[in-house]
Design a protein around this ligand. Structure first.
Ligand code: ZN
Length: 273
């Protein structure tokens, strides 16, 4: 080997080393090709964020708010926790709001089978840490928890399911000075921060909201409002952009910290290494 060629190869190797330290071209699994994916997973990126939600009414926000929110969280935190972002799963177990226009309901057996296969697929791709960012509550949460635990056990993967609005209820109280609700001030604000065009403010009135009934007191199908206040008299939507933006940032920070700390603790305990 002549010296110039050797030098050229050496510098190529260094270039390769630099390239390896660079950020991925994109963190969206939708937008990577198979060769790029192979170079990244799992050697450079072993964490995936899976945003899941559903289509259901959300007051004056978009029916897909439960998809918009977790996808935005994933995009905001993926670089900080060195993760790829799986395509959002936009259909879910909607529950008592499925009678509203544009809402969809996936049956529980179908959802379990599909999400189970989806999580298994992520584990088989080599992701060690599978982080489900859930945008929708009700029975969907318990099912996700159970499927994530089962996938972890069967495939030696480490799984975390985050219900962002619930995990960040302290931030709701801090920023808005009151509790929120389904499609209430907090959730509406989160969407407003992502894209104000998704909020139809001129259609809003407080009459669109109903307080969540105390446990065991009454239930109605379909629920008479899509804005469901956690506490009577709190969470009516106001459209304060500055508070919305502050809420968005604080929620993303708190979720990013939870994901990073959980992975660090798994690593320290050498779980499934
Ligand atoms: Zn929602």
């Amino acid at each position: 080997m002549t010296r110039p060629i050797f030098t050229a190869l050496l510098s190529l190797a260094f270039l390769g080393g630099d390239a390896a330290a660079q950020q991925p071209r994109t963190r969206e699994m939708n937008d990577l090709n198979w060769m790029e994916f192979q170079e990244l997973v799992p050697s450079r990126v072993d964490t995936v964020l899976l945003p899941v939600g559903t289509l259901e009414p959300h007051g004056v926000a978009n029916n897909g708010a439960d998809n918009t929110a977790p996808l935005a969280i994933a995009r905001s935190i993926a670089g900080r926790v060195n993760a790829l972002i799986a395509p959002v799963l936009p259909y879910g177990i909607t529950g008592s709001l499925d009678g509203y226009a544009g809402a969809f309901q996936i049956s529980e057996p179908a959802y379990r089978a599909f999400v189970g296969d989806l999580l298994k697929g992520l584990a088989r791709q080599g992701f060690r840490n599978i982080i489900v960012i859930n945008g929708h509550g009700g029975p969907q949460t318990a099912i996700l928890n159970e499927l994530a635990e089962r996938t972890g056990r069967e495939h030696r993967a480490r799984t975390l399911v985050v219900n962002w609005w619930s995990y960040c209820s302290d931030i709701t109280l801090k920023i808005f000075g009151e509790d929120g609700g389904h499609a209430g001030w907090n959730e509406n604000a989160f969407i407003q921060a992502i894209d104000p065009k998704l909020i139809q403010r001129e259609r809003y009135s407080d009459a669109l909201a109903t307080a969540r009934p105390p446990a065991g007191s009454w239930s109605a199908y379909p629920f008479p409002s899509s804005i469901i206040l956690y506490q009577p008299g709190q969470g009516y939507v106001k459209f304060d952009q500055a508070k919305a933006d502050a809420y968005f940032l604080a929620v993303n920070d708190k979720v990013a910290k939870l994901v990073a700390e959980t992975i660090a603790k798994w690593d320290a305990a050498r779980i499934f290494r």
